[in-house]
Ligand binder design. Structure first.
Ligand SMILES: [Zn+2]
Length: 259
């Protein structure tokens, strides 16, 4: 007997009992914003969600957005998907929990794109709280437009979400790149890295070697060497920022001392 996908029994079976800090990581999830605390096996799905939001110009506000929260579901007693850290609430002030009707500032086309998002093996990744009407664990109808919840298993998630090619002239297509991401956008990054050194495989997978090369590149250009590719590092690559002079000092406020 298999539990209904998305029910509390399904979540417990595939994502653990919840409220387990050992599986929670704090990770960059979207290029425009900061970190979220989520299940370590869920981060690539949240990044795929975030890429859709950024590309469609939907503004994510960090102070009203969050993932991990050790609590029961709203309107019920079972552990919330937030306790497993596989649900993300985005902009909860403008997407409030309601019993009577859906209230949201999320464009319909964005919702539909996320609802049709699949892993590279074709498994749907998310459901949206805004069109729930009597979800598995609650008795009453409810609408929870802030809420984006993962509906595939960790095993299904292993296929990942290939990141498509970017357009250098359109920043909304630049993805955050970090360990374990893959696809044409990673190959694009590796093309730039290969201009710097000969040991970079242009295989489209962001593994530890790619991360190390990114850190070296960042150091050579005076960028924060975190091994994560955000707007600053993309801009540096795409603008072909020159190498710092050997032994060049970090600029200081005394750089332009009066003569
Ligand atoms: Zn939620």
């Amino acid at each position: 007997m298999t539990a209904t996908v998305g029910s509390s029994a399904w979540r417990a079976e595939f994502w653990g009992p919840g409220c387990d800090p050992a599986v929670i990581v704090a990770k960059n999830w979207v290029i425009t914003s900061g970190k979220i605390q989520c299940h370590k096996n869920a981060i690539r799905a949240f990044r795929a969600l975030g890429r859709i939001m950024v590309r469609r110009g939907y503004v994510i506000r960090r102070d009203v957005t969050g993932c991990y929260n050790c609590r029961p579901i709203t309107g019920g007693t079972a552990p919330s998907a937030h306790s497993q850290a596989i649900a993300l609430d985005v902009n909860w002030d403008t997407n409030p929990y309601r019993l009577d009707k859906v209230v949201t500032d999320v464009p319909r086309a964005l919702v539909e794109e996320v609802q049709s998002l699949t892993t590279d093996q074709g498994v749907k990744a998310f459901r949206w709280g805004g069109d729930w009407d009597g979800r598995p664990d609650t008795r009453q109808s409810n609408y929870d437009a802030m809420h984006w919840e993962i509906i595939c298993t960790p095993e299904e998630m292993r296929a990942g979400f290939s990141i498509p090619a970017i357009n250098e002239e359109d920043r909304t297509t630049w993805p955050l790149l970090d360990l374990d991401e893959k696809g044409e956008a990673v190959r694009h990054l590796q093309w730039y890295l290969a201009l710097e050194r000969t040991d970079i495989a242009q295989d489209g997978y962001f593994g530890p070697k790619t991360a190390a090369a990114v850190r070296d590149y960042q150091t050579s250009r005076g960028l924060p060497a975190d091994g994560v590719v955000g707007y600053g590092t993309w801009t540096s690559f795409i603008s072909r920022q020159p190498l710092l002079a050997q032994g060049a000092a970090t600029p200081t406020k005394n750089q332009h001392a009066p003569v």
